[in-house]
Design a binder for this molecule. Structure first.
Ligand SMILES: C[C@@]1(CC(=O)O)C2=NC(=C\c3[nH]c(c(CCC(=O)O)c3CC(=O)O)Cc3[nH]c(c(CC(=O)O)c3CCC(=O)O)/C=C3\N/C(=C\2)[C@@H](CCC(=O)O)[C@]3(C)CC(=O)O)/[C@H]1CCC(=O)O
Ligand SMILES: NC(=O)c1ccc[n+]([C@@H]2O[C@H](COP(=O)([O-])OP(=O)(O)OC[C@H]3O[C@@H](n4cnc5c(N)ncnc54)[C@H](O)[C@@H]3O)[C@@H](O)[C@H]2O)c1
Length: 188
């Protein structure tokens, strides 16, 4: 059964810890910054890839700590993503997070994840997150490419127009809702 509940997080309101500075650390850092360039990120690992160091130079709210993980690094963190090449470390981080009620993603172990990252389609203000319930991240990536190809750039204009109409509409909540539903029938 697919019981995942999708939400859109204002990552800039959070302090996120990434544990591991290899390919997985790079992939998850890139995904976060591509969507939320103002997110406060701390990455901890004894070895950190050069590409991650370059990102840290471009994003002032990203901090690197070149040390092995310690539970003390969880202080003040809201969300954690772990992807080291040491399964015991990954499991320890997950257990420490659970003890502190911090949401955690263990990249290579879906069963230990409180949340998954998704493939993200972006057309201006429209954002679509795709998940396959962990079944095939590659399918999610390919489906993102399909949607990116077929969604027209004019979507932003539609959204801007609808915002303008929404702000101008008079009447109570129900009247506004009925009007907006009427106007957008052509989109079906
Ligand atoms: C969507 C995306 C978001 C992102 O990471 O930003 C994402 N993985 C992406 C790519 C990708 N990851 C992997 C490949 C190699 C091919 C393959 O295995 O398919 C490719 C393809 C590539 O890179 O081309 C390997 C892999 N991934 C996971 C495992 C462990 C396992 O399944 O057991 C392994 C095996 C590791 C090993 O073998 O050791 C697990 C997860 N990966 C997820 C997300 C979560 C489920 C999302 C969902 O519900 O669909 C979940 C559960 C946890 C998480 O990571 O959050 C991003 C595409 C972004 C884009 O381009 O749009
Ligand atoms: N979910 C995914 O998308 C995905 C994709 C590919 C691989 N994986 C899996 O994720 C794991 C990591 O892969 P990788 O390619 O990033 O490995 P990698 O070898 O490139 O990097 C491992 C990183 O873990 C760090 N590390 C090791 N011990 C640590 C500790 N005690 N504290 C903090 N950091 C520590 C290392 O310093 C290094 O930065 C592998 O098990 C791999 O199979 C997951």
């Amino acid at each position: 059964m697919n019981t995942l509940f999708p939400i859109f997080v204002k990552a800039e309101n959070l302090h996120i810890l990434i544990v591991g500075g290899g390919y997985v650390g790079l992939e998850k850092t890139t995904a976060l910054l591509a969507n939320s360039p103002n997110a406060r990120l701390t990455l901890v690992a004894p070895e950190i890839r050069d590409e991650i160091r370059e990102l840290a130079q471009q994003y002032p709210k990203m901090e690197l700590i070149q040390e092995p993980y310690h539970a003390l690094f969880l202080a003040d963190k809201d969300l954690v993503i772990v992807g080291t090449n040491d399964k015991d470390v990954n499991r320890q981080v997950q257990a420490d997070c659970k003890n502190r009620r911090i949401l955690v993603n263990v990249a290579d172990t879906p069963d230990l994840c409180d949340f998954y990252l998704s493939s993200v389609v972006k057309k201006g203000d429209l954002k679509i997150a795709i998940s396959t319930n962990g079944k095939s991240p590659t399918f999610a990536k390919r489906f993102r490419e399909v949607l990116e190809e077929i969604l027209p750039d004019s979507l932003q204009e539609t959204l801007d127009n609808l915002t303008a109409i929404r702000n101008k509409l008079k009447g109570d909540f129900v009247q506004k809702m009925e009007k907006l539903n009427e106007i957008t029938k052509v989109l079906k």
